[in-house]
Design a binder for this molecule. Structure first.
Ligand code: PGA
Length: 249
């Protein structure tokens, strides 16, 4: 049985003062969360978040990273730097990175490998646009995005790495994939992770993201291949975030 993870992707939101209020409330409600919990603040807020969460079981992740280890890459942040700070996770290939910042499947794969080699757990985000879903090619897109990374890993999915299915049409729109739509893609993605060790692939956590709210979390998380959530908007409100965590049994 895979333990669920609920991760808050804050995106480019927050301030020192707001984050402190948010994290204080999350800490207070944490005892009622049956799942693993993580937050992904913007880079400048990683260190203050560590200070605020020290001694709690909330893990911290970053929202992106550089594919390069060090050097003349102005503005970039390496996997080693994130690891040194104490990050456990890092998002790779979020649809906003792909569509707004031009990250290709190949860049995403390079970042994924860079994260692993520094000892971070990458969370590979993947998902189709509305046009792709309407054209009936959602699973083809998912396959392309997942295989680009799997191939870079020599065909064996790294044991601890995670995935997050985030249909682009559901992100920040209030539209959520139905539990069955999400389950279909999660099961398909899991079937792609053929390493020859079926038990291992069965242990990989695949999160769902896209307008998850306390009201719809439980039915999504009840699906057999949905192992938690990657939460955007609702992770900025402690009560909503905790409500989602409580649904992740
Ligand atoms: P949302 O974002 O929950 O606001 O839809 C999810 C995400 O982009 O990770």
């Amino acid at each position: 049985m895979r333990k669920k993870l609920v991760a808050g992707n804050w995106k480019m939101n927050g301030s020192l003062a707001k984050n402190q209020v948010l994290l204080d409330s999350v800490k207070q409600g944490l005892a009622s969360a049956p799942c693993d919990v993580a937050v992904f603040p913007p880079f400048p807020y990683l260190l203050p978040a560590f200070e605020s969460l020290r001694g709690t079981r909330v893990a911290i992740g970053a929202q992106t990273l550089s594919e390069y280890p060090e050097g003349a890459y102005t503005g970039e942040v390496s996997a080693g730097m994130l690891k040194e700070l104490g990050c456990v996770y890092v998002l790779v290939g979020h649809s906003e990175r792909r569509s707004l910042f031009g990250e290709s499947d190949s860049t995403v794969a390079a970042k994924f490998v860079a994260a692993l080699s520094a000892g971070l757990l990458p969370v590979l985000c993947f998902g189709e646009t509305l046009a792709e879903r309407n054209a009936g090619v959602a699973l083809d897109v998912v396959k392309r995005q997942v295989l680009a990374v799997l191939e870079r890993c020599g065909g064996v999915w790294p044991e601890q790495a995670l995935l997050a299915y985030e249909p682009v049409w559901a992100i920040g729109t209030g539209l959520t994939a139905t539990p069955l739509q999400a389950q279909e893609v999660h099961a398909f993605a899991r079937s792609l992770l053929v390493s020859g060790v079926a038990e291992r692939d069965a242990g990989v956590r695949i999160l769902y993201g896209g307008s998850v709210k306390p009201q719809n979390a439980a039915e999504l998380f009840a699906q057999p291949d949905i192992d938690g959530g990657l939460i955007g908007g609702a992770s900025l409100q402690a009560e909503d975030f905790l409500g989602i965590c409580r649904a992740a049994v």
